[in-house]
Design a protein around this ligand. Structure first.
Ligand SMILES: [Zn+2]
Length: 319
């Protein structure tokens, strides 16, 4: 546990995921809130209880849970705080925590089509079941309050809600009047968040371009006067400008690598993914494809790459 300011404490929670520990923030204000809720394991629950105790609280003292995004390592324990009457987040968190079957069917149907048209072999479709398997780590419940860009955080009027979609379509961050930024997975010091692909929203046909959204929201963060980032993973940091520049540089370097891979002849996103992530694509097709497609969306956006469909599969070529 780290005392960040007299009204903010950082609580660190283990996860069974490669990303390692995740942080939860206790906010004292008109309401006693937790920002994010770890992952659904007993170890995570014990970690939260013991650190709350150090600060002088019990789980039943928590009145409100605020979510930065819908991923399982951030929503896990929402239902364990049975006295928390308010659960606050982006409207797109809802299908995940309510286990909306119609949404998951749409999600899977989208991924089938998206994999097919990007040349991913059929044998990988079985891995899509694992998306549902991830839900065992995720919290179950319902939002009581939907928030969006420009709102103030209920019970904490010194914090404004900033839309930071990219890593997740439901991603929000919270900017304090003093420049403290609770950034979820949007701004991390040591790693770039994966621009995870999600289906278009209901009624829309075009899929999101998560890496472009992430870049846009990184750029936006330069102008917010942030002087300290309280991230979802890794260390708290103050060299915000430097970290943002680093994230851009790393991403643009990876894009250059992708561009080089298609200099000679056109390739599908899957062929590029295999070369780019030769050690990881077999086991993590969803994440490695998201990263690859993200770079291709970016290269297409800046006019260096175009795609052409042949027999139902997109081929990318350098312009
Ligand atoms: Zn996440």
């Amino acid at each position: 546990m780290i005392v960040v300011k007299n009204k903010i404490h950082q609580i660190t929670v283990p996860t069974p995921f490669a990303v390692g520990d995740t942080h939860v923030y206790l906010l004292k204000g008109d309401t006693l809130s937790l920002v994010d809720a770890g992952v659904k394991t007993e170890e995570a629950w014990e970690a939260i209880l013991s650190q709350l105790k150090e600060i002088g609280y019990k789980s039943s003292d928590i009145e409100q849970i605020i979510l930065t995004h819908h991923h399982p390592d951030h929503t896990g324990l929402i239902e364990r705080f049975d006295r928390a009457e308010q659960t606050v987040g982006h409207q797109y968190v809802t299908p995940w925590i309510t286990r909306d079957e119609a949404y998951f069917s749409r999600f899977e149907a989208f991924y089938h089509e998206y994999f097919n048209e990007n040349g991913v072999p059929k044998r990988f479709l079985a891995q899509l079941e694992k998306l549902r398997g991830q839900l065992k780590w995720a919290g179950k419940g319902n939002l009581t309050t939907v928030i969006t860009e420009g709102d103030t955080l209920p019970g904490h009027p010194e914090f404004t809600v900033i839309d930071t979609k990219g890593h997740a379509q439901s991603h929000l961050s919270f900017l304090g009047k003093d420049g403290t930024f609770i950034g979820g997975d949007h701004l991390l010091q040591h790693i770039s968040p994966n621009p995870i692909m999600e289906p278009p929203r209901e009624g829309e046909v075009v899929r999101p371009k998560p890496l472009l959204q992430y870049r846009e929201n990184l750029e936006k963060c330069r102008k917010l006067g942030i002087n300290m980032v309280l991230p979802g993973h890794g260390d708290i940091f103050t060299n915000v400008e430097e970290v943002i520049t680093q994230r851009f540089t790393k991403q643009e370097n990876r894009a250059k690598k992708v561009l080089n891979l298609i200099k000679e002849y056109p390739k599908t996103a899957f062929q590029i993914c295999e070369e780019l992530f030769s050690l990881h694509f077999e086991k993590q097709i969803d994440l490695t494809m998201s990263e690859t497609i993200g770079q291709l969306d970016y290269l297409e956006h800046i006019g260096l790459v175009s795609k052409k469909m042949e027999d139902g599969v997109y081929f990318y070529h350098a312009n």
